[in-house]
Design a protein around this ligand. Structure first.
Ligand code: GRF
Length: 195
């Protein structure tokens, strides 16, 4: 059984997308990625799906091609609907989706953020954590609502902040946990739906 149909939104490297695809391939995640939408044509994430089998559609939707944020969001929503997407996963998607999109996919959009929310929402979460001198940071998977990184928290994983950490070293330690937490949380959503 193919399981839940996912649409993954990306802007860059796509390592979380790769973690999702690996979990599916290993049978740890009962899902199928039907489409990957990127707002950047050069995103490495799109290259990761070039040779995927079964094939995964990669679609570029650039903000600059639309007059308003709402029109951009509508274009993305249209692509997701065309592919029958049941759950939308924001995996390094660097744009904020507006209220109309959130309402359209109410309770069906998850995001991964590299901090223990509600601490350090927004950009450069790892840098913010270092600047505040916290001793523990981590990552959060949450449902997306109309606030920035503010929707209901589904799961978190903590990592230590070590003496001498740089933004890069802390980001890398958090990223290792993201790659475990995101597929695991999606699987939990799927299992909750099936009970
Ligand atoms: C991750 O740190 C994620 O938490 C944040 O953006 C980064 C995306 O990395 N939202 P990748 O594109 O999945 O490699």
């Amino acid at each position: 059984m193919a399981g839940m149909i996912l649409g993954v939104l990306v802007s860059g490297r796509g390592s979380n997308l790769a973690a999702i695809l690996d979990a599916i391939a290993e049978g740890a995640l009962s899902a199928k990625v039907a489409v990957v939408v990127s707002d950047r044509p050069d995103a490495l994430a799109l290259r990761r799906i070039e040779d995927a089998a079964p094939k995964i559609s990669g679609v570029v939707v650039e903000r600059g091609a639309y007059p308003t944020g709402e029109a951009f969001d509508d274009a993305i929503a249209g692509v997701l609907d065309e592919h029958g997407v049941e759950l939308v996963v924001l995996a390094g998607f660097m744009r904020v989706l507006g209220p109309a999109f959130v309402r359209r996919f109410q309770g069906r959009v998850v995001n991964i953020h590299p901090s223990l929310l509600p601490s350090f929402p927004g950009l450069h979460a790892q840098r913010q954590a270092l600047l505040h001198g916290v001793k523990v940071s981590g990552c959060t998977v949450h449902l997306v609502d109309e606030t920035l990184d503010g929707g209901p928290i589904l799961a978190q994983a903590a990592v230590p902040v070590l003496p001498g950490d740089t933004e890069e070293s802390l980001s890398e330690r958090i990223l290792m946990e993201e790659h475990v937490l995101l597929p695991k949380t999606i699987q939990e959503i799927i299992e909750a739906r099936n009970t």
